[in-house]
Design a binder for this molecule. Structure first.
Ligand code: TRP
Length: 331
């Protein structure tokens, strides 16, 4: 039995954080062992929402590849490529627009939500409206069997399945209907202010930042807000410092800080210093590997080029069949 093909894409809109590490990257490393993994940088998807400010997309594409590989994604095992290096994705998106009623796109929940919630960007463009179809084309063009998704992406996958069925019904069984794999719930990592870690909240710890930057962020981290004085007992269960420490520290050290926080026999500063040591220690190998790769000019671009070459034959074959079925081939 050939391995099933798993596929996932990430928009290159920023550096990866500790939240991505525990939420996605560890999972992606595991999946590359069990499946044929396709991990791609969705630079066109970044365009759909950031079309007014595109200057960082290339840089973040490169940074993402370095983050992935330093985290343990093996470019020999997983195929790493860039969406825009497969221009037929745009062609297939166009074909999919033909079989997709506009109402299907209008009812995608993330579309309405993001248009309402994200006010600092202009999302009234048709490109953003077509976001889920571009995603459907990403998946269909490489015959992805399985897409690991969080709750928020489920409707996109459901739409993909419906569109694939409609396309196949009209033109013949050419596209594969992908299955969703509800991603194993990764640990939820709080940011330095206790809210969910996110670039847009300005509370993120970046994997690739320096030890000094991490130290400064940890020193300024929020702890149990009710613990005003060192002599006040604290509650580690609501302390973001403690939640992060649990992910990277030794069990007995964690247990010690848990109890000395509760009986106020240690202070938050001592805990911060220990977290700095443990967190920087945890990320040290990653940071060394990443710095080494970053020092090789064009390393990330070579990885992407190889990945694009690897997917090429299957794309040519499928798109040949699709054009023929739709009577837009050379005849
Ligand atoms: N929509 C995904 C996100 O916002 C990114 C993405 C684009 C994707 N194409 C994909 C994910 C294909 C899985 C499969 O994060």
């Amino acid at each position: 039995m050939p391995k099933k093909r798993i596929l996932t894409g990430y928009r290159p809109t920023g550096l990866l954080t500790l939240g991505h590490w525990f939420g996605n990257l560890l999972n992606m490393c595991e999946l590359q062992e069990e499946f044929e993994a396709y991990y791609f940088v969705a630079d066109w998807h970044a365009l759909t929402s950031d079309w007014q400010d595109t200057h960082s997309i290339r840089r973040y594409t490169e940074e993402m590849v370095l983050d992935w590989i330093a985290a343990g994604i093996d470019p020999e095992k997983a195929t790493i490529y860039r969406q825009s290096d497969v221009p037929e994705v745009a062609e297939l998106t166009l074909y999919l627009t033909m079989v997709t009623p506009m109402t299907w796109l209008e009812r995608v929940p993330s579309y309405k939500e993001q248009r309402e919630q994200i006010t600092e960007k202009d999302l009234s463009n048709a490109g953003f409206f077509l976001y889920p179809l571009l995603q459907a084309a990403d998946i269909a063009i490489v015959k992805g069997d399985i897409v690991p998704v969080g709750e928020d992406q489920l409707p996109h996958l459901e739409l993909t399945r419906e569109v694939v069925r409609r396309f196949n019904g009209q033109y013949g069984d050419l596209l594969v209907e992908p299955a969703a794999k509800i991603a194993r719930e990764g640990a939820r990592v709080p940011g330095t202010d206790g809210r969910k870690m996110s670039k847009s909240y300005g509370n993120a710890i970046y994997l690739s930042e320096s030890e000094d930057e991490t130290s400064a962020k940890v020193m300024s981290m929020m702890t149990d807000p009710a613990r005003k004085l060192k002599t006040d007992p604290g509650d580690p269960d609501i302390c973001p410092l403690h939640q992060i420490h649990k992910l990277v520290g030794d069990e007995d050290v964690i247990a010690e800080f848990d109890s000395c926080c509760r009986d106020a026999s240690c202070g938050c500063v001592a805990h911060k210093k220990k977290l700095i040591e443990d967190l920087n220690g945890y990320l040290r190998d990653f940071r060394e590997r990443r710095a080494e790769m970053a020092s090789r000019p064009d390393y990330a671009w070579e990885v992407l080029e190889n990945g694009a070459a690897r997917v090429r034959p299957a794309i040519d074959e499928l798109m040949g069949q699709v054009r023929r079925a739709m009577h837009v081939d050379a005849g």
